[in-house]
Every structure is written in C-alpha cells, then in structure tokens.
Design a protein around this ligand. Structure first.
Ligand SMILES: C[S@@+](CC[C@H](N)C(=O)[O-])C[C@H]1O[C@@H](n2cnc3c(N)ncnc32)[C@H](O)[C@@H]1O
Length: 257
C-alpha cells in the first residue's frame, strides 16, 4: 500500500522524508490504543456533529453507497450503516478497522485498509463521503491532490461531510489563544528542531488518557481556517451547503457540482 502519492524509492528532498516519517507517526496512537474513542458506542461528539449527520442522511438517497473515510473505530460507520444501502469503512490503521468490524457486525459494511492520500476507488463511486476528524492528517501541500481525488470518487451532486480541525472559535479571544499556541508549536518544530513544516502544521505532546491508551509522544496535526478551506473547496468544484465553526472544528456539508 502506498501511503502517499509520492514516488517510491529514494526520497528526493527533506520535505518528502519528513512526510514519510509523519505517516509512521500518525498511526502509532491508534495502533497502541485498545479503547474506543467514545464512551458510549456510537455517540456523537456534540450536537453540531449530530445535526450535520441528520442533514447528510436526509440529503443522500436511501439506496446510497457511502464511504466512511478515515472511519477510525467505526463510531459513525455504525450509524451510517443503519441508514444506507452499503458503507465502505476505510482507514489506514489495521487496529481501528478491527475495532470497527467488531462494532458493526453488519452485512452492509465492507472494510478497506488504505491511505486517504492515495484513494483506491473508481470515479463517481459514492453518493456520499463521510469524513470526520481526519483532515488534520492531510499536509497542506497535499490538500489539493486530496480534494481532487475526493471530487473524482463522488458522483455528481454527491455530498461530503467534513469536520476540519481549526484554531478558529466563535469567541475571538479563544481563537487568538489557539492561534498563538499553534504558532509557538510551529516555530518550535520549524526553527529549533529544523523540521520542514508548512504553516498550519505542528506536533503536540500526546499523553495517554487511560489504561487503554499506551501512546505517549509527539503527534502530527494540521490546522486550517475557514477562508483557506472555502477557497480550496471552491477551486475543486464543491458547493458549500452548510458551514459551522464550533468546538475546535469547522463542520461542513459540501456538494460536488
Ligand atoms: C481522530 S480519528 C477519527 C475517526 C473517525 N472518523 C471519527 O470521527 O471517530 C482519525 C482517523 O484517521 C485515520 N487516518 C490518519 N491518516 C490516514 C490516512 N492517510 N489514510 C486513512 N486513514 C487515516 C487514523 O487511523 C484514525 O483512525
């Protein structure tokens, strides 16, 4: 499996080498965790996620083919499969796919291991793509290629949900604090540790949250803002139907035009 749409073999530059390291770093916390992300199996993170879910379900047809992209431990796969004809649960982490399979013992779910940066699906395959809490793993220089692939695999008028991690908040002071925190981490890794970061990227320290989580160490994330996102989505043929900035995420419902 190719994780990145980068050439195999020798890495050409520092950035490519860094991206390869990052992709090993990204799956570690998931591979080392035994628990589920949510306390109650299948619960929503908050009321915004729940509202977007119901909007998504009512927009796509009941006979829909759905991709749960970066499905994690299957938190939403379970709910999607209750409402849809067929769901493909897709993730890079074998451990998370195993958990999702255990959670959704259903006939209308298939499980595929792969990288969202190199999607293995034919053009116009899906009526809907559910993409929750994983945009933070798409490096800024690979966003365009990712959105292009997302556009290809969606049918015309197909819908995608996205929750995109951000420093933005409804409160200006909180936004500035978050932005400053991102900026400090960015400067630390870029100028002191000399990693070839692009603005938006940072590594933060992850401490285990309980006995089921054994990973501790630095973990890669990217933050973006709604203006950058709006411009990107517009360039790649997506019409924004709904956008909310809440609880550290930009919640979006977009339609392929
Ligand atoms: C924070 S979890 C979100 C899981 C789920 N969508 C949810 O909302 O509960 C992020 C997921 O993205 C997956 N992931 C990270 N990079 C990936 C990649 N390149 N391709 C596919 N999945 C990836 C991780 O393995 C993890 O399961």
């Amino acid at each position: 499996m190719r994780i990145l749409a980068l050439p195999r073999g020798k890495t050409k530059n520092k950035r490519e080498k860094f991206l390869r390291e990052i992709y090993e770093n990204i799956i570690l916390p998931y591979e080392l965790s035994d628990g589920y992300e949510e306390e109650v199996v299948g619960e929503f993170e908050n009321k915004f996620e729940e509202e977007h879910f119901h909007n998504f379900i009512s927009f796509v047809k009941p006979k829909a083919q759905i991709l749960d992209l970066a499905c994690g431990d299957g938190r939403h796969t379970l709910k999607l499969s209750d409402n849809m004809e067929h769901v493909i649960a897709f993730d890079i982490s074998p451990k998370n796919l195993k958990k999702a399979r255990r959670k959704c013992l259903k006939k209308n779910v298939s499980y595929v291991k792969g990288s969202m940066l190199n999607l293995p699906f034919r053009p116009q395959t899906f009526d809907g793509v559910w993409f929750s809490q994983a945009f933070e793993y798409i490096p800024p220089d690979l966003r365009e290629s990712f959105l292009k692939q997302l556009n290809h695999i969606l049918k015309t008028n197909g819908m995608s949900f996205m929750s995109v991690e951000t420093w933005m908040n409804t409160n200006t002071l909180t936004s500035l604090k978050e932005l400053l925190s991102d900026f400090k981490l960015f400067c630390y890794w870029k100028f002191l540790k000399r990693k070839p970061l692009i603005w938006g990227e940072f590594l933060y320290y992850c401490a285990p949250r309980g006995a089921a989580e054994r990973f501790s160490g630095w973990h890669y994330h990217v933050h973006t803002d709604k203006h950058t996102l709006r411009k990107l989505l517009d360039n790649y043929g997506f019409i924004i139907k709904r956008m909310d900035v809440k609880c550290g995420y930009i919640y979006l419902l977009v339609v392929k035009s």
